[in-house]
Design a protein around this ligand. Structure first.
Ligand code: CS2
Ligand code: MG
Length: 407
């Protein structure tokens, strides 16, 4: 490869093999291709347009090796910085450029990040059940698949729909296809009456060793969160996630004063600045920022570095609504980052694995990114083209009195 390659094309692929994904393809004059995930569940076309209409023209002619300069150019150069759309677009560019750099050097990205600090990455997956028996069965299924850490989400008596669960027990895809979001009814009091007992039943069923996690999904007030954390202390959770919307990080001080249940927050955050107080005030134990929505590998490493100073660990978001390209990138960071705690892995439908052929693999409760050059993912563009975008929205939630709350 000549000293300086140049970007000759930046294309955006929107495909829907069971659910919508947005993928950035960067091509260089030397014929190298880098892939980046740009999926933002429920707002996919906003990121696709941000990339196609505003970023792609600026990438053509740039040196793909200048990853950090490109990150700074796109972050500081946009003026209207931060937010999920901007940072997911920047994240996709960052992943694609790290992918290219790996292919240029013949190295998996984790080697370019300093090499492995561990042999494999502890991962957790989801167990769901509308009632406790269904939930216990779902947990058992995941244990039989070898998972050492399982997130448990259950229905709530008196409610028809609850985040993270389906009555059918099928795999849970929150974004519903259609012209408008589904409207769900939420009742925090009913949830708080039910969740501690349900999670205690799971702990009784599985014994002390399985790591158990639970996601309150942004729905509690600080005092409700404090009460729930305290009620769950004997359940010995690995973490209790998103107890409050955390737009106001100071409110976690109240929660922290009243419970030692480990807290995890950050999947909807997009820069290190949103996590700053949570980390430097020890208000959380795990920061959940996603490698794409938080601005890419370059950005997630900055968050990890700040978290390491305060002994906070990474627990990156890894739902079914970020693509196998994003999971790959998260795993490369995970293998090379000392304070990486655990990786979320909801899994994908078989067709998604065909569209996004990847080198990363799961075995016995752990993931590994593989040793292919770059991120180790290749997109089957012909197959992807057979699944056009289908409008889909995440649900919205209203209280019983009809007022909006956090879904
Ligand atoms: C959830 C996500 O995995 C999690 O922790 O919070 O599934 C979240 O609901 C979805 O990513 C939203 O698209
Ligand atoms: Mg979550």
């Amino acid at each position: 490869m000549s000293k300086h390659d140049t970007i000759v094309a930046a294309d955006v692929l929107v495909t829907s093999p069971g659910r919508n994904f947005v993928t950035l393809k960067i091509t260089t004059a030397e014929g190298l291709v880098g892939w980046g995930d740009a999926t933002l569940n429920g707002r996919e076309l906003a990121v696709a347009s941000y990339l196609r209409d505003h970023v792609a023209p600026l990438l053509v002619g740039r040196d793909p090796a200048r990853i950090e300069d490109t990150w700074q150019y796109l972050y500081r150069g946009v003026y209207w910085r931060r937010g999920p759309v901007t940072m997911t677009a920047i994240g996709a560019v960052d992943l694609a450029l790290w992918d290219i750099k790996g292919k240029t050097t013949g190295q998996p990205v984790y080697q370019l990040l300093g090499g492995a600090v561990r042999d494999r990455i502890l991962t957790y997956t989801h167990a769901t059940g509308w009632d406790v028996p269904q939930l216990l069965d779902s947990v058992d299924v995941q244990r039989e698949r070898g998972f050492l850490a399982v997130r448990a989400q259950m229905g709530v008596p008196g409610l028809d729909t609850v985040y993270g669960v389906t009555r059918e027990g099928a795999g849970y895809e929150p974004a519903g296809r259609g012209a408008a979001p589904a409207e769900e009814v939420w009742d925090t009091a009913a949830y708080l009456r039910h969740a501690p007992g349900a999670l205690a039943a799971v702990r009784d069923h599985v014994g002390p060793d399985l790591h158990l996690l639970h996601d309150s999904h942004h729905r509690l007030t600080p005092n409700e969160a404090a009460r729930l954390g305290r009620a769950l202390e004997d359940v010995d959770l690995f973490w209790l996630e998103d107890v409050t919307p955390a737009e106001n990080q100071e409110v976690l001080r109240h929660v922290r004063r009243h419970t030692t249940t480990p807290l995890a927050i950050g999947e909807v955050f997009n820069t290190v600045w949103e996590c700053q107080s949570l980390i430097t005030e020890q208000l959380i134990d795990y920061v959940r920022t996603c490698v794409t929505h938080a601005g890419g590998i370059s950005s997630l490493r900055r968050i990890a570095a700040l978290a390491d100073v305060w002994q906070v660990k990474l627990g990156p978001h890894g739902p079914s609504d970020v693509s196998p390209v994003a999971l790959a990138a998260s795993l490369h960071v995970g293998l090379a980052t000392p304070n990486f705690g655990i990786q979320e892995y909801m899994g994908y439908e078989p067709l998604v694995h065909e569209v996004f052929r990847h080198d990363w693999s799961y075995a016995d409760g752990y993931l590994h990114p593989g040793d292919s050059p770059g991120l180790g993912v290749d997109v089957d563009e012909h197959l992807a083209a057979q699944f056009p975008y289908e409008r889909a929205y995440l649900p919205v939630a209203r209280r019983r009195d009809g007022s909006m709350t956090d879904w």
